[in-house]
Every structure is written in structure tokens, then in C-alpha cells.
Ligand binder design. Sequence first.
Ligand SMILES: [Zn+2]
Length: 202
Amino acid sequence: MTLDIGWIHVATSPTKIQRICDVRHLSQSVPQKQTLRNCESERLTIGRCHTVWETVASNVKDVRRGFTKARILTGTYMVQALKSKYSMGKQSATCRLCNTEDEDLYHMMFKCAALQSARNPSLGKFIQVVTSHLGTDGWIRLSKDDKMKLLVDCQLLVNSGYLPDDPGLIHRLETKSRYLCYNLHCKRIVLLNNSYIKMKCV
Ligand SMILES: [Zn+2]
């Protein structure tokens, strides 16, 4: 197979090119990847921005927030549980900030007491947007998995009928979620750096 890219002619295997160009293949492979379980795949199309990037404002700080959110969306944000998995258990999965349980994304987003001061204001604003559509009971009734989906990629809950397909609502949820994720990330980094400095000083 020969690809004509301007003046460059590239000979390559048809299988590889077909796989890259086959959006259906891309969409079908996402649900099979554990790290992408909170990423909505039905609307994945080449040439279309994911909501994470569609809603980012054109300033440096918001782009930073977008990068943190994108790492969380793609399952590449390095919490202790992931470090433990990749090190085959050589590193502990226990949260280094509170030492009470394994640090997975749910622990970081909703539970870790050490991140409470960074979490409360941003999570409150996020929940406010959710409850304006679902009511307080609706938020309370959501399972742990659904809360994570809502926070990481709210389009998943639109697909499952929990939320209306309202672009304004999706934009507001994504923006509040991006702020929450970034605030927690910054606080976490500061606390981890402080504990590392203390360890070196002992
Ligand atoms: Zn913790």
C-alpha cells in the first residue's frame, strides 16, 4: 500500500494503516482496556476533540489543568495503587499522605483526609452542578463507580441516561471536574514533596 502525503510517498503495511484509520476498531478497543474504563468511547472520532480539551480555556493555567485531567482520564495518573501494580508489588499501594488505605483514584478524589482542604470547595461546586439536575438524593444514590465516571468523563452518565444530553451541562461539569482534579493534584504534590524533604532530614 502506498500513502500519498503531499510529496512524500510512504509504503507501509495495509494492516497497520487500516488499524490506525479504523475508528470503529479504536472505539471497540477502549472498553477492553482497564485503564480507560472511565473514558467514553462511543463518540470517539478521529478529528474530534474530547470534552477534556474542548472545554479548556486558552490560558497556561487551564491547559495545565487539562493535562492533569487527561492523565486521569487515560488512567496514566500515578497514584500509589498504580505504582504498586507496575512495580509488581515492590512499592506499597498504601496512600503516603494518610496511610489509611490503598491510594487509588477514588481514594484521592473522594476520601483522602490529607487532601480535604483542597477537595471541599471544588467538590462542593461540582456536586452543586450535579444536584441541580439529579437532586441531592440522586447524587447520594450514585454508586462509587458512577461517581468516578461522572468526575472523570460525565458523558458516560449521559449515555446511560442519568444526565440529559445538554452541552452546557457537560461543559460546566467538565470545567468543575478539571478544577477539582488539578487542586487535588497540586496539594498532593506539595504534601508528597514535604514528606520527602522531612524523610531526607531525619
Ligand atoms: Zn490518603
